[in-house]
Design a protein around this ligand. Structure first.
Ligand code: ADP
Ligand code: MG
Length: 226
């Protein structure tokens, strides 16, 4: 039996499900966090205090994951602001650094100063982190990721993320960004869909060039503001 949903239908279902999950899971997590804080009395042995703090930190981490997935379920909230691209890209590098070093991947950067776009910084981070994570994961033996930004003559900021990884065939490239498309053993297949949607919400464009066994290049164009 074959059953296929259209992408727009899948998107709607995912978006509804994530909102429901997020709210249903957040409540018990908040309650648990509250009780853990109550347990954390000053005269407890250090080991116990440490375990309680670890539990609280892990709950906070889980909450962040939920935040990430929620953000694409709510495209209507557009709290955009004027942001310095180079500064934000450096923050993204700081976030992804330990992950890339763990995978023997070096991120080489070249960011232009004083270029401004109109966007939501958290969403921009999320979009770029998803792309950078894939770049790192595409190189099982490590390598270099080039991460740069320049401005174009026709008024765009051009962000480039280039890896030397496993690359994609034309057919694989065509499926990139469709919900649940993943070739990874434990992939969600949601990263690219989220990234593309975020760039679109900034009135930007994404172009992907890839060659099997050679590498992949993501080019993001965002309207520059003064
Ligand atoms: P996930 O990473 O969970 O698999 P994504 O939506 O982030 O989901 O990516 C979907 C698929 O696209 C990946 O499983 C991978 O096959 C392919 N892909 C994405 N980025 C790259 C890249 N830089 N190099 C090679 N393949 C990639
Ligand atoms: Mg991914």
């Amino acid at each position: 039996l074959r059953f296929e949903m259209q992408n727009s239908e899948k998107l709607r279902v995912i978006s509804e499900l994530t909102s429901v999950f997020a709210h249903e899971i957040r409540n018990p997590m908040q309650v648990t966090r509250g009780f853990l804080q109550l347990l954390n009395e000053p005269d407890l042995p250090n080991k116990k205090k440490e375990y309680i703090q670890m539990s609280i930190d892990e709950l906070d981490r889980a909450n962040e994951i939920i935040n990430d997935f929620l953000s694409f379920g709510k495209p209507s909230i557009n709290n955009h602001e004027r942001i310095d691209v180079g500064y934000q890209l450096q923050r993204v590098v700081n976030i992804i650094q330990s992950y890339s070093l763990n995978h023997n991947v070096e991120i080489k950067t070249d960011f232009l100063n004083n270029c401004w776009i109109y966007a939501n910084p958290q969403k921009l981070h999320q979009s770029l982190i998803n792309i950078l994570k894939n770049a790192v994961e595409s190189m099982p033996n490590g390598g270099i990721v080039w991460f740069s930004c320049t401005s174009t003559d026709d008024g765009y900021i051009k962000i480039t993320i280039k890896d030397q990884g496993i690359g994609m065939t034309k057919k694989q490239l065509d499926q990139l960004g469709s919900p649940f498309y993943s070739l990874k053993e434990s992939g969600t297949g949601l990263g690219m869909m989220v990234s593309f949607q975020i760039v679109r919400s900034f009135k930007g464009k994404v172009e992907v060039n890839s060659e099997k066994d050679r590498g992949t290049e993501f080019i993001i164009l965002l309207p520059q503001v003064v």
